[in-house]
Ligand binder design. Sequence first.
Ligand SMILES: Cc1cc2nc3c(=O)[nH]c(=O)nc-3n(C[C@H](O)[C@H](O)[C@H](O)COP(=O)(O)OP(=O)(O)OC[C@H]3O[C@@H](n4cnc5c(N)ncnc54)[C@H](O)[C@@H]3O)c2cc1C
Length: 369
Amino acid sequence: MMRVEYLIVGYGIAGATLAAELRGRGHSVLVLDVARPDSASRVAAGLMNPVAGKRFALAWRADELLTAAGAFYRAQEQRLGQRFLHELPIVKLFSSVQEQNTMLARSADAPWLDFVTDATGELPALPGVQQELGGLRIRRGGFVLVEELLTALTAEGLAAGWLRHETFDWGRLVADSAGGFTYAGRVQTRHVVSCEGAATLQNPYFGWLPLTPNQGEVLTVECPGLPSATVLNKGAYVVPLGGSRLRVGATYRWPPFAAGTTPEALAELSDRLRTITPQPFTVADQRAGVRPAVRDRKPLLGTHPETPGVHVFNGFGSKGVMMAPRLAQVMADWLENDVAPWPEVNIRRYLTLYSPPNSGPPASPVSRP
Ligand SMILES: Cc1cc2nc3c(=O)[nH]c(=O)nc-3n(C[C@H](O)[C@H](O)[C@H](O)COP(=O)(O)OP(=O)(O)OC[C@H]3O[C@@H](n4cnc5c(N)ncnc54)[C@H](O)[C@@H]3O)c2cc1C
């Protein structure tokens, strides 16, 4: 029988940051993950953008999240001897005069000033880029090569034995008399943490949480002549991957959506790229994944209302890369020291959606010996 303090289910960016945080604090961890090439984290372009959206809103807790994310990804680079984090300016190209006016007005004020380099809207000429309405350069953002990071971390975990490629079957989790659990008759643990991304919708403990899957697609294109050290953003983001290779994303589809890639997304992203550059391009790859989105756009951290050893770390929507490292610390503080997660991310905010066992489904599904 293997004994660990924490059994983590799922190894996307959520499971990876939480496992690293708990292991870094000296805890024993076992991760079970079915590595799927279409998991959100492996498809994501890895963008970290502190100022985003049509309303040019400053991302929630941008400063704190970016600081922790930068430290986490740099630490992994040092340990693994590979580069993952590319801190690059993000050029927001204006697509209308109205957008130009809104963004220029906002960018002149604190706290945007911290994140915008030149609030005049007059960009230096960027090769191959259509920039007739100008734009703003956003700093402190960039992108992370998430798939490369997860591949390296997974190889490390497999070699050391703290990660296994295996589907976790929640029906085989049995509570023991000492307040812990036995999984499939071969792992004993005090805590099980669901980091299953959109698959949490099928989780018997957490299916009541207001998680909505949101499908996204990205393209990898070959397009010579664009800036190699700038992320471009105008309806779509364009991330330089080296040479003439770029990642272009992303689409957003609410259910019902088709599984896998679609010709509609190919057309939509190609059209958006054409508004950014007149350069010819070829599409080398197209991928789709499903974001674990939440109604209020805040993650879901906490513990099952009636089963104290079963927890959830999820709901990262379209911003997992930037949010997960800091929130893994918040989650570890909860698991280790009983420091409650921030109210904005604590699943207790949705407790009214939970039905206790005697008032209809879903009941706590753990089997008692
Ligand atoms: C097209 C697209 C583009 C995106 N671009 C960005 C971006 O630029 N920046 C950004 O920050 N975010 C982006 N995102 C969002 C980001 O990908 C998510 O916020 C993040 O990846 C969610 O991570 P996660 O670990 O919660 O889930 P996932 O990445 O889905 O990981 C869950 C893992 O758990 C495994 N799993 C599930 N159930 C089980 C089980 N029972 N047993 C074993 N394993 C299980 C899955 O196979 C998977 O490996 C994008 C998403 C998409 C789809």
